[in-house]
Design a protein around this ligand. Structure first.
Ligand code: AHM
Ligand code: MG
Length: 332
């Protein structure tokens, strides 16, 4: 079987500008992901806590640390100026190059002992002269500046979902040949039939969001006039991939708790790359107020409310949420 990813990256390399560097970074990530998938499958890292906390105060698991180390090692010879990770408080300066990489090395790691799909999310940003080489300026670029973005899913299959700004592609790794051997383009239907949200947080949500969800739950008997299904994996990569395959809407809103006043997901290496992939597949992604990719980037590990998926449904949900600004966020 052909190495379809290699063919794709070879063609990309010929596009000029920094395309050669983009292709080199993606190739390095794709090789490291094969190793990480094998490590997960073979249970090489103990489950349970690693004893340390990351910049968001979450306990790091041995596999979080292993994933971070594995990618950092694999990227040593990649054309990268700097690397930022959920598992590193500060960005790390690399050998030099025209690109910066931000990543969540192991997304959904709280699911690891349950054999639910987990993944790696990445965002590639350009390094421009006006940044003066300073990582804090480079990583302060808004999501629309991303040069490429994507995520790996470590599930029954190893998948790479990738956008370089001209559509979103899915590559499937074939363990029998050791190559990413199949490619399909993702296209999200405009209308959603499923929604995805951690409904245990309902009491903390703003009232307009509670009303929107109630409308979905009432289905054909309510204002929406049709039934919806509910699916929530609790791994952003798994929920995101499902939506790329068959549409739907995902919401991780801000809520009334101090710890969730900006939601739960990180903008730089979770929301922005997912939003880029979703938009390039014909969907939409919002922070509840406007387009996610236009939201100014705050702190390196800053959190953001995230709503994405089928275009029409994201519009309906954000119209409801727009009312939140005018209404008290007290729980019902
Ligand atoms: P992680 O990067 O530490 O794994 O956290 C992010 C995960 C996402 O994969 C998922 O969408 C979300 O956290 C689930 O959060 P919750 O358990 O609050 O529903
Ligand atoms: Mg994550």
């Amino acid at each position: 079987m052909d190495d379809v990813l290699k063919g794709y990256l070879d063609r990309l390399s010929g596009e000029g500008g920094d395309a050669l560097a983009v292709a080199a970074v993606i190739a390095a990530l794709a090789r490291a992901a094969v190793e990480l998938h094998a490590a997960i499958r073979n249970g090489v890292a103990p489950t349970g806590d690693g004893g340390r906390a990351n910049a968001s105060g979450e306990v790091q698991k041995p596999l979080d640390l292993l994933a971070d180390e594995l990618f950092l090692t694999a990227l040593q010879s990649a054309p990268l100026h700097c690397y930022a990770s959920e598992e590193q408080e500060q960005p790390i300066l690399m050998g030099g190059g025209s690109l910066a990489l931000a990543m969540d090395p192991l997304d959904g790691s709280s699911n690891i002992e349950t054999n639910i799909a987990v993944g790696t999310i990445f965002s590639l940003l350009p390094v421009l002269p006006e940044h003066g080489g300073r990582p804090e300026r480079i990583f302060a670029q808004a999501g629309h500046a991303q040069r490429a973005a994507g995520f790996f899913v470590y599930g029954a299959q190893l998948l790479l979902i990738l956008t370089c700004g001209a559509g979103t592609e899915c590559f499937v790794f074939d363990p029998t040949t050791g190559k990413y051997g199949r490619r399909t383009s993702c296209r999200i239907p405009a209308q959603a039939c499923e929604y995805s949200i951690n409904a245990a947080n309902r009491r903390h949500w703003p009232r307009p969001l509670q009303r929107y969800l109630r409308g979905l739950e009432l289905g054909g008997a309510g204002p929406r006039g049709r039934d919806f299904g509910m699916r929530y994996a609790g791994s952003l990569v798994a929920d995101g991939y499902r939506i790329l395959q068959r549409g739907g809407i995902f919401l991780y809103p801000a809520d009334a708790r101090d710890s969730h006043s900006s939601g739960r997901l990180r903008q730089l290496y979770e929301a922005n790359p997912i939003a880029f992939c979703i938009e390039q597949a014909g969907g939409a992604a919002s922070d509840g107020v406007g387009r996610m990719l236009d939201r100014p980037q705050g702190d390196l590990h800053g959190k953001v409310p995230l709503i994405f998926g089928s275009r029409d449904e994201v519009e309906i949900a954000t119209r409801h949420l727009a009312q939140s600004a005018a209404v008290s966020t007290a729980a019902e």
